[in-house]
Design a protein around this ligand. Sequence first.
Ligand SMILES: [Mg+2]
Length: 295
Amino acid sequence: MTLSVIVNPAAHGGLAGRQIPKLQARLAHAGVDAEIHVPQSREDLCRLAVQLGSNPDDTVGLVGGDGTNMAVVDALLQHFGSDPLPKLALIPAGRGNSLAKDLDFPDMDQAIAALSNGTIRDIDVARYVSNGVSGHFLNCMGMGFVTEVVQTASHFQRLGDLSYIIGVFHQTLRLRHHQFRLEIDDQVIEEQMCFIEIMNSRKTGGEMLMAPEARIDDGLLDVVWVSKVNRRDLMMTFPKIFKGTHGSNPAVHFLRGKKITITSPEHLGLLPDGDQLGATPVTIEVLPKRVRYLC
Ligand SMILES: [Mg+2]
């Protein structure tokens, strides 16, 4: 049987595209007969995924990062609605690969090994509606400080990971808090906050363990928010996210829920799986075990 594999050549700043010969060699070595497809745009990527995955018995291989994965899952759900989706075989080749880490195959070799196991894992997806536009994410959606960091970093993209460090310093210097109304099922929190992250996976941005207790198949979203903090407190707490120990700061809060609604007096940018898309107000609901991955 031939496995259709879509490689997003733009993932990880073009590295995924340059790795195609290596990928082909490794797939052949693992005995996987693969047909490689290389889309030329995001639209082409989504169209290919829908075309190659038109039957729920199909498996579509996906080589890219969290952004590629989110774009494909969103396209499949927008196209197939509540109908069954094809199985996905994620081969991580992005910068962060947060979802692949939750699925326990953080690199290409382990993901290719998983192809021959044939084990399937059903995982949750989050669906959001913002100002009449719907979308989906698999890892997280941020707003507030975390989104503003990425907005700054996007001006320094050529500097790679350094752009995020610049973003953190810049946004800490001009630290702003926002008034949010956060509804998590029947609980309401209204206060000035530094940021909110709605987490499906445990990690964001590759290695930041934002929600250490999150599970991607428990039918719940983990909500992490930070109340008003000063610059020093933020700078002391932020590095702790890499170890998942930031909860020791009483300004950091965790709750779980199935439906989350967030409003704010001003429209604040959203960051679903690292993409700057939409603005508050936003409603997010979990779709339990909606996507199947080969693990
Ligand atoms: Mg969960």
